[in-house]
Design a protein around this ligand. Structure first.
Ligand code: G4P
Length: 286
């Protein structure tokens, strides 16, 4: 089993159209908020956004911070700040960090508001939109900002409904439709991390391979926590296969005839990780 063999069966059929639609949306706003998954801040970056957003001010929000390793999140914050990117940490499910994010939006829009001020427009309303890969939490954030009004997102890149502006704070309007774009699967590691965190549908990759590659990563980065969660012993000699056997034994994933039910263990491992039942992990290192 080799990471380079991990493939996502995804074909960028309507990318050009999606890109054009996103460009149309971006043109309407002053600030673009790029939502990244705090567990995979590098893999959930949308490489096309650089092109699309051009010189538009951008704010990065690391979402699902409640599922990520807090030490790594701090490291990511420091790293991105050092690169000069306005960045904050949010937990959209609970609404944590959202106020701080709006403050960053206001700050990022300052050159625009000053430009308007020079033209004599005192209270220019800042217009913003949320973009990100599927499942990163765009609709959750929009719902959180908008309150009662329901945001309808689509997993299909670039699919939009009638655009609507919603006032979410004094002087800030939000485009109620998020910008959905697929990331490029530039290398198998990115694809794997997107798959493990739920950004791609699970019928377009090999789940057995994904689970084994995840265990391989956890054996290197978090062996003690892996062992503690499943109540197994993990040694330096362990491989993903032996860990699957051990988990199968403690979880009773045994088929008739006493044979290990590998498929069941794979489901367990992927679910436990994706849902953060296993704990808070960050797969991308800053
Ligand atoms: P999207 O519009 O970007 O596609 O994402 P969406 O808001 O639909 O969120 C995807 C899933 O992620 C949702 O779970 C949502 O509740 C969850 N989520 C969003 N933000 C956070 C966060 O900060 N922390 C945690 N823990 N979860 C968050 P879901 O409805 O259960 O969908 P699924 O996970 O079963 O796909």
């Amino acid at each position: 089993m080799d990471l380079k063999d991990f493939k996502i069966q995804w074909f960028p059929g309507h990318m050009t159209k999606a890109k054009r639609m996103m460009e149309d949306q971006v043109r309407l706003v002053d600030v673009v908020v790029e939502l990244l998954d705090a567990r995979i801040p590098a893999s959930s970056v949308n490489p096309m956004l650089r092109d699309i957003a051009g010189n538009k001010p951008r704010v990065i929000a690391l979402n699902k911070a409640d599922m990520a390793d807090p030490v790594c999140t701090e490291a990511w914050l420091a790293r991105l700040k050092k690169d000069g990117v306005p960045v904050c940490v949010v937990d959209c499910s609970r609404g944590k960090g959202v106020k701080q994010m709006l403050a960053l939006v206001q700050e990022a829009a300052r050159p625009v508001t000053e430009k308007w001020l020079k033209k004599g427009v005192r209270n220019h309303t800042i217009r913003m939109m949320i973009v990100g890969v599927p499942n990163v939490g765009k609709s959750t954030l929009i719902n959180r900002l908008v309150g009662r009004v329901k945001a309808i997102a689509s997993d299909r890149p670039g699919v939009t409904k009638q655009k609507q502006w919603v006032t979410i704070a004094k002087g800030i309007e939000l485009l109620d439709t998020p910008g959905v774009l697929w990331p490029k699967f530039e290398n198998p590691g990115i694809g794997l991390h997107l798959a493990l965190t739920g950004a791609v549908k699970d019928d377009i990759y090999d789940r057995q391979m994904a689970a084994e590659l995840l265990l391989q990563e956890l054996l290197v980065k978090y062996p003690d926590r892996l062992a503690a969660f499943y109540g197994i012993e993990v040694t330096a000699d362990d491989t993903p296969r032996t860990v699957i056997e051990k988990i199968g034994a403690v979880r009773g994933a045994i088929k008739a005839g006493g044979v290990l039910d590998e498929n069941k263990v794979v489901q367990h491992v992927l679910y436990d990780f994706k849902s953060a039942k296993m704990g808070r992990f960050t797969l991308d290192e800053p």
